[in-house]
Design a protein around this ligand. Structure first.
Ligand code: GDP
Length: 193
């Protein structure tokens, strides 16, 4: 995909605020600080469209980015902050569940994990949630530039095994630093259009 236009359309806290129309949507999920904003920015050729390093305690919103006026990236707030309150976690959970289980425009989710480390418990829960609702998922293992090339295969295997990835689900090694995996990620997403 040659992205020529990308703009934020709305930061939504409730379904009434989701954009109208029938454009397809790809949601981006991942634990806080995993590199989700950097992934989005790289995919759409922008330095600062998605804010990097968002802080906990901020209003948690679903950010809808319109790409080439033909599809949306939906940035889902990061999970896994140790210090958020139970109430905040519950609000996050409700918003996620509502979006993922009711949004007809949602075509697939890119779940971002860190190639350097085995997926966390929260990553596993997120993946299981997506599988439970039969939502097509691709796994993006980012920060590949931080792992020596000779270890990519081993680390990739650990990601697959820890998540118990379904055979059909794609694992893409990615780097927002080098752009590695960008074309592959787009190709994987575009198959769901
Ligand atoms: P988010 O909280 O998931 O949106 O994470 P960010 O995109 O803000 O990234 C968190 C930190 O990881 C920042 O310091 C980024 O510069 C860094 N980062 C993100 N992606 C990569 C990557 O592919 N390679 C390297 N080396 N650093 C990355």
């Amino acid at each position: 995909m040659n992205v020529t236009k990308a703009e934020i359309v709305i930061s939504a806290v409730k379904p009434e605020q989701y954009p109208d129309g029938n454009l397809p949507e790809f949601a981006l999920a991942g634990r806080s600080n995993v590199g989700k904003s950097s992934f989005i920015n790289k995919m759409v050729n922008r330095k600062n469209l998605a804010r990097t390093s968002s802080k906990p305690g901020k209003t948690q919103t679903l950010n809808f980015y319109l790409i080439n006026e033909s599809l949306y990236f939906v940035d889902v707030p990061g999970y896994g902050f140790a210090r958020v309150s139970k109430k905040e976690r519950e609000a996050w959970g409700k918003m996620m569940e509502t979006y993922f289980t009711t949004r007809e425009q949602l075509r697939a989710v890119a779940l971002i994990v860190d190639l350097r480390h085995p997926p966390t418990k929260d990553d596993v829960m997120m993946y299981e949630f997506l599988k439970h609702y039969d939502i097509p998922t691709i796994i993006i293992a980012t920060k590949a530039d931080k792992v020596p090339k000779g270890k990519w295969q081993k680390h990739g295997k650990i990601v697959r095994e820890t998540l118990k990835m379904a055979d059909g689900d794609k694992l893409i090694l990615f780097s927002a630093e080098t752009g590695q995996g960008k074309e592959e990620a787009w190709a994987a997403l575009e198959r769901f259009l």
